[in-house]
Design a protein around this ligand. Structure first.
Ligand code: HPA
Length: 271
C-alpha cells in the first residue's frame, strides 16, 4: 500500500483510539449534525499528513471521531470538491482513509438543486442511483489493487438494505423522503436553464457538485453507501430563479434538522 495512506493512519492513530464503525460526510451547510455527536476527538484536516485542505465557504475542514446515537463514527465536517482544484484522487483520499479505519458503511450528504417538479426546497431525497458528469474518474490510472478491482461493478452503487432502512425510519418519523437519481457535475458554475432541462430529460432528480467521486471510490472498496440530497434550490421551468451559494447555504441550514434526525435514527438501527 502507498506509504501516504499508512502515514495518515499512523497520525490518526496517535490522536484517537476510537474505532469507527460508520463514516459520514457532511455536505454544504449541513454541519448541525456535529452538535449531536459525543465528540472524542476533532482533527483539523490540515494536521493530517497527505490530506488536502478545504477552502470553500461553509466548510470547516475537520475529521471528527465520536459517538452518534451510541454508534462509533468518523465524520468529515467539510469535504473536498473537484471545483476547488483538487485531483479526483485528492477529493476521494479521505474515503479510502475512512475505509482503512474500519468503517462498515458510509453515509454521504449533499446540498443539491432539484429538477424533479414534485420536489420543494428543503425536501430530502435518498439517492438510489447517479449519473456521472465529472470529466474524470477517480479510479483513472494504475489500479490500487489492495483496495479493489480494475473494473468495479456499479449496478447497485447505493446499498439496498440501507435504502430500505432509511425509508422505514423516515416513515416512522413521518418525514417526507423522496428517492431519485443524483447527477454529479464538476461546477463551480451552476447550470443554465437549458442544462437543467437537459439533465432532467436524461433522468436526473437532483444535481450537485460532489458525492459521485466518493461513491465510486467507496464502491471500488466494496463499502456500502447511503447518500442523501437536501434540495436547496429548484431548477424547474417556470419556477427557476437566480442561484447563489448563499441561498444554497441558507436552505441547507433550514433543512439540516430533518437530515440529522434521520441519520441519528438510522444509526440507532445499525448492527
Ligand atoms: N447545481 C449544482 N450544484 C448544486 C446546486 C445546483 O443547482 N444546488 C446546490 N448544489
Amino acid at each position: 500500500m502507498d506509504k501516504s495512506f499508512l502515514e495518515s493512519l499512523e497520525y490518526l492513530g496517535s490522536q484517537t483510539s476510537l474505532k469507527p464503525k460508520t463514516g459520514i460526510v457532511i455536505g454544504t451547510g449541513l454541519g448541525d449534525l456535529v452538535n449531536h455527536i459525543d465528540i472524542e476527538s476533532e482533527i483539523e484536516y490540515e494536521n493530517i499528513p497527505h490530506f488536502p485542505i478545504s477552502t470553500v465557504e461553509g466548510h470547516h475542514g475537520k475529521l471528527i471521531f465520536g459517538f452518534l446515537n451510541q454508534r462509533p463514527v468518523v465524520v468529515m465536517n467539510g469535504r473536498f470538491h473537484y471545483y476547488e482544484g483538487y485531483s479526483m484522487q485528492e477529493v476521494t483520499y479521505p474515503i479510502r482513509i475512512m475505509k482503512l479505519l474500519g468503517i462498515k458503511e458510509i453515509f454521504l450528504s449533499n446540498a443539491a438543486g432539484g429538477v424533479n417538479p414534485d420536489f420543494e426546497i428543503g425536501d430530502l431525497m435518498l439517492i438510489h442511483d447517479h449519473i456521472d458528469f465529472f470529466p474524470e474518474n477517480p479510479l483513472r490510472g494504475a489500479n490500487l489493487e489492495n483496495f479493489g478491482p480494475r473494473f468495479p461493478d456499479m449496478s447497485q452503487a447505493y446499498d439496498q438494505d440501507l435504502i430500505d432502512l432509511a425509508l422505514s425510519e423516515a416513515k416512522k418519523m413521518d418525514l417526507l423522503l423522496h428517492q431519485g437519481v443524483y447527477l454529479g457535475n464538476p461546477g463551480p458554475s451552476f447550470e443554465t436553464p437549458a442544462e437543467y432541462i437537459h439533465y432532467r430529460t436524461i433522468g436526473a432528480d437532483t444535481i450537485g457538485m460532489s458525492t459521485v467521486p466518493e461513491v465510486i471510490v467507496a464502491r471500488h472498496m466494496k463499502l456500502p453507501v447511503c447518500a442523501l440530497s437536501v434540495i436547496t434550490n429548484l431548477a424547474i421551468p417556470g419556477r427557476f430563479d437566480k442561484n447563489s451559494h448563499l441561498d444554497v447555504q441558507k436552505a441547507a441550514a433550514k433543512a439540516q434538522k430533518n437530515l440529522g434526525n434521520l441519520l441519528i435514527s438510522i444509526l440507532g438501527k445499525l448492527q
